[in-house]
Ligand binder design. Sequence first.
Ligand code: URA
Length: 233
Amino acid sequence: MRLSQLLFTQGFGARRECEGLVLGGHVVIAGRAEDDPFLEVEPEGLVISVRGEKWPYHAKALVLLHKPAGYECSQKPKHHPSVMSLLPVPLRVRGLQPVGRLDEDTTGLLLMTDDGALIHRLTSPKKHVPKVYEIETTDAVTEGQIDALRHGVVLHDDRLPVRAADCEATGEKSLRMTLLEGKYHQVKRMVAAAGNTVATLHRSRYGVLALPADLAPGQWRWLAGPQAVLGPA
Ligand code: URA
């Protein structure tokens, strides 16, 4: 692939801008500034440096963001900044989108990708990808509430009950719940239907992936590919 084309696919702007980056000596490969936009490079496994920042080539981008409270998952946020604003410009230009949504006040593990097929695979209820939520409640958690969440509660716009794949108390006023679907406000509505109220909500796992303890709120990192979330094929 031509170097300027590679930059274009990675979100470094319009074709002309990508050519300009190379001509201006801002693109370094293996310690050497390359000034030929038409240089043929092998993209797989390539790490380029653009204006001093390292960029591993990814045909499709998949990143993990530690979502802080106070950010909306929408592309057109209404009251708070978008989670997109936490990503560097090339990832925004590439059109990364959140995989499902977390509420503005929910924190934790948010996947973002430009791979539409992967979004479908991860969010389809038929695929049963588990998501784990750490919940603090306003009132003490009871055995009855845990039973209800495990056996199923009916949300008012649904005919059939939804149940947690797993649910346990983690403290007097806290719960850990695993869901296989991702309905609108599902955790908050399920906890409300069971007779309690969510005070804080944090997603700690998505598939086999746990939110790394050393990833601070607002920080993001690359994931190697879908197997980082779905496990080995
Ligand atoms: N369920 C909710 O209610 N909110 C979230 O942000 C995620 C799951």
